[in-house]
Every structure is written in structure tokens, then in C-alpha cells.
Design a protein around this ligand. Structure first.
Ligand SMILES: Nc1ncnc2c1ncn2[C@@H]1O[C@H](COP(=O)(O)OP(=O)(O)O)[C@@H](O)[C@H]1O
Ligand SMILES: [Mg+2]
Length: 336
């Protein structure tokens, strides 16, 4: 499979002194306050920070894009020698969907529900004239395979609602990879997925950017996620850089107090134990709707306690809560 157009190690993107303002409450506010960022070809930069820190604004600006209501007031965004901040939208569109692509948080909201996945995966590649339809389709099937999607030769014939959330997020990654961009911006692409699915999707994203030597900006608020993905981590707060360092160094020896506070896992204080009065006790629950959903589930909740029910999509969490009405009728074998 062909690769993109840059050589590993070359500076691909160089942002200097970037300032962006956003308009709200009838005035302009500073959102990005003088950020510098360097990204080499094939490198993955993790952008981490709390909600509202400016991660998405910066990630989009790396592609030369500002959302409606935002404006670049200072700085340069040099992508492969061209200052994107100086280009018109028409000129920038030549880069979008070709040399740079974007994977959003919610794949479900980003797909057209009425078009087959493979049509959407290949649309911008075909439109940009990078591949003809047949080659783009063949390549999409290979990308599905690299991304560990089931039945890669045929899954593209499905519509978005016919695959799971994790699968759709992978299809979106295939779509972003289809034109073989030099830069891929992932904006919290696994936040909406359950933990086990998240791990699998992350692994496939990691392997695909490596395979094609694609530089990436990986935005997240989750440290465990960024540690898996990034070569370098930049921490952002209030639109300013807190610090930047290679991933290992950042994890083992963060310099700034704010970063340390992100890293330290605060154990939740346990509520005071009172006398244990059982409120609900379920024993040995089986449930089925043709296929078995629950098998021998026990559960006990005491007064004042909060019980967390954790599991991947489809594991039976809602059924276990017994509030899922179609199942209430088919639960058997149950002592409550
Ligand atoms: N289109 C917009 N117009 C005005 N202000 C915006 C716009 N988008 C984001 N902002 C503001 O910019 C700040 C950073 O937002 P964002 O980049 O989305 O943060 P993050 O992705 O880190 O959560 C927030 O205070 C937000 O309210
Ligand atoms: Mg964001």
C-alpha cells in the first residue's frame, strides 16, 4: 500500500506564536494564547488538558481551520513550507481531505446515515483524484483489514447503523487514512467508547499511523490513552502550554505542578460505613431473549451504597439493572 508524501523526521508542521480568539458574551476572548508546536513527519503528538483548555481549537488550527466564531489574531501555521494562516478557505480546501484529515469524537454524528460505509470511506480520495474508484475501494478493504474490522471485504457495504460504535470509529479512521494524509488529527476519538473497545480501537489506530508513517495530533483528556498513542505529550491549560516532553519523560518526571496533579490518581474517599442493611439482593439471575444475556448473576446493594456496573457494550449492564422492560418478562431463575 502506498505511503504519504513526507520523509520520516522532517518537520511537517511548525506553529509559532499562535493566538486565537473566540466570540462569546458579546466580546472576543483569548482561547489560544501564544502556542508553539513542532510536529515531525511520522510523529504522534498527544495533546492533553481539561475540557475547555483549547485542545480542539488548536487541533483544528493545525489544519488551518478555525470554527465559526473564532479568529486567528497572531502567529504562523507552517505546513510543509506553506503558512496555512495566510491562505484563503478555497486554497486550504486543497489540503483538507487530502494531505490532512480529521477523526472526530462522534463517528455516529459524522457519517451520512443513508450512504454505504465504503462510499463514504473513499469519497474524498476519489474527489481529490488520488485514486480511481476501483483502487480506492480495494484500498479501503485493506485498510479495514489493517484496522481489524470483521469481514473487511464486505463490511463497507453496510450502512452506519449496521456496525457498532467501535467499528464505526475504525471506519472513520480508514476514511481519514484513505487519501494517505501526512497529518491526521484525532479529536478524542475513543471517548465515547467503552473501556475494552477503546483499547482495541486505540491499538488499531496506533498501528495504522505507524504503518503509513502518518504524523498525528492525538487529542484527549485521558492520560492512559495518550500514553499509549503519543511519542511526545503537550499539556494545555487555559489556552497556554503547561509543558511538553517525550512521553516517557512526561510520565515519569513531569515538571509542572499542574501536570503532576493530572498524573496523580486521587483515590475517592470512602463514605463512612454505617450498619450494613441490605436494600437489594439478586441471586443467580439468568436472562435470555433467544440468546442468553445473563447467566448466574449475583448482586447485593446495601443502604447508602452506590454500586457501579461496568462492562463493555452488550455485556448485559442494562438488563442486570432489571429496568430494561423487554427483558423483565424473560428473566427466570431469579431470587430477589
Ligand atoms: N466556535 C467558538 N466560538 C467561541 N468560543 C469558542 C468556540 N469554540 C470553542 N470556544 C471556546 O474556546 C475554549 C476552548 O474550547 P475547545 O478548544 O473546544 O476546548 P477543549 O477541546 O480543550 O475542550 C472554550 O472556552 C470554548 O468555550
Ligand atoms: Mg475538544
Amino acid at each position: 500500500m502506498m505511503s504519504n508524501r513526507t520523509k520520516k523526521g522532517d518537520v511537517l508542521l511548525s506553529i509559532k506564536g499562535l493566538k486565537i480568539q473566540g466570540f462569546s458574551d458579546e466580546k472576543w476572548h483569548d482561547i489560544i494564547n501564544g502556542i508553539d508546536l513542532t510536529l515531525h513527519a511520522g510523529e504522534v503528538l498527544g495533546l492533553i488538558g481539561e475540557s475547555g483548555a483549547g485542545k480542539s481549537t488548536l487541533g483544528l488550527a493545525a489544519m488551518g481551520y478555525t470554527q465559526p466564531g473564532c479568529r486567528i489574531t497572531e502567529g504562523e501555521i507552517i505546513f510543509d513550507g506553506v503558512d496555512l494562516a495566510k491562505l484563503s478557505d478555497v486554497e486550504k480546501r486543497k489540503f483538507w481531505g487530502d494531505r490532512m484529515t480529521y477523526v472526530a469524537q462522534s463517528a455516529a454524528a459524522s457519517f451520512n446515515p443513508a450512504r454505504r460505509l465504503i462510499v463514504q470511506t473513499t469519497a474524498s480520495t476519489i474527489r481529490a483524484g488520488i485514486k480511481n474508484r476501483q483502487d480506492a475501494y480495494d484500498d479501503a478493504k485493506q485498510l479495514y483489514d489493517v484496522l481489524n474490522l470483521p469481514d473487511p471485504d464486505n463490511i463497507g457495504d453496510r450502512y452506519p447503523h449496521q456496525v457498532s460504535g467501535g467499528q464505526l470509529q475504525r471506519v472513520m479512521t480508514a476514511m481519514a487514512m484513505s487519501p494517505r494524509p501526512d497529518l491526521l488529527v484525532f479529536d478524542e476519538p475513543t471517548t465515547a467508547l467503552d473501556v475494552t473497545t477503546q483499547v482495541e480501537v486505540l491499538a488499531s489506530m496506533r498501528s495504522i499511523v505507524q504503518e503509513f508513517n502518518t504524523a498525528a495530533i492525538y487529542i484527549t483528556h485521558d492520560l492512559a490513552v495518550v500514553a499509549q498513542m503519543a511519542d511526545v505529550i503537550k499539556v494545555l491549560r487555559y489556552g497556554c502550554e503547561v509543558e511538553e516532553a517525550p512521553t516517557r519523560q512526561m510520565l515519569s518526571a513531569p515538571k509542572e505542578a499542574y501536570t503532576k496533579s493530572l498524573w496523580s490518581v486521587r483515590a475517592l474517599e470512602k463514605p463512612q460505613q454505617t450498619a450494613k442493611a441490605s436494600v437489594l439482593s439478586l441471586k443467580n439471575i439468568d436472562a435470555s431473549y433467544g440468546i442468553q444475556v445473563l447467566k448466574g448473576v449475583d448482586l447485593q446493594i446495601f443502604k447508602g451504597e452506590v454500586l457501579a456496573l461496568v462492562g463493555e457494550s452488550g455485556s448485559g449492564k442494562s438488563v442486570t439493572s432489571l429496568m430494561h422492560w423487554p427483558f423483565a418478562a424473560v428473566v427466570w431463575h431469579c431470587e430477589v
